[in-house]
Design a protein around this ligand. Structure first.
Ligand code: SF4
Length: 94
């Protein structure tokens, strides 16, 4: 699959709740970097790990893989959803 085609792939974003293109995921993280959920969100659509390995600086890729601890990310994701729900209800986060 070409880079152009990959960049235009879309999926429902679990964080935003709306469809977004892949190229948004590579710039929606901290400091306009890659979203920490990118591997979790895209592995079923294409070989995102191989794509990122080929298109990211080696250090950045290694750092992403080190933080891609799936159980930790799932827990962080659940906590994020809980905090969003609390904010939506007007409660203070703990
Ligand atoms: S990688 Fe991040 S921005 Fe992209 S769909 Fe997943 S949660 Fe949303």
């Amino acid at each position: 699959m070409s880079k152009q085609k990959i960049d235009s792939l879309k999926r429902q974003c679990p964080r935003l709740g709306s469809p977004i293109p892949f190229n948004y995921c590579v710039m929606s993280g901290e400091d306009d970097g890659i979203c920490w959920k990118i591997l979790d969100c895209w592995w079923e659509t294409f070989d995102v790990e191989e794509y990122l390995k080929a298109n990211m600086p080696e250090d950045a890729f290694r750092q992403l893989m080190a933080t891609a601890d799936k159980p930790k990310n799932k827990i962080a994701s659940i906590l994020e959803i809980v905090e969003k729900a609390k904010k939506a209800k007007g409660e203070e986060p703990r």
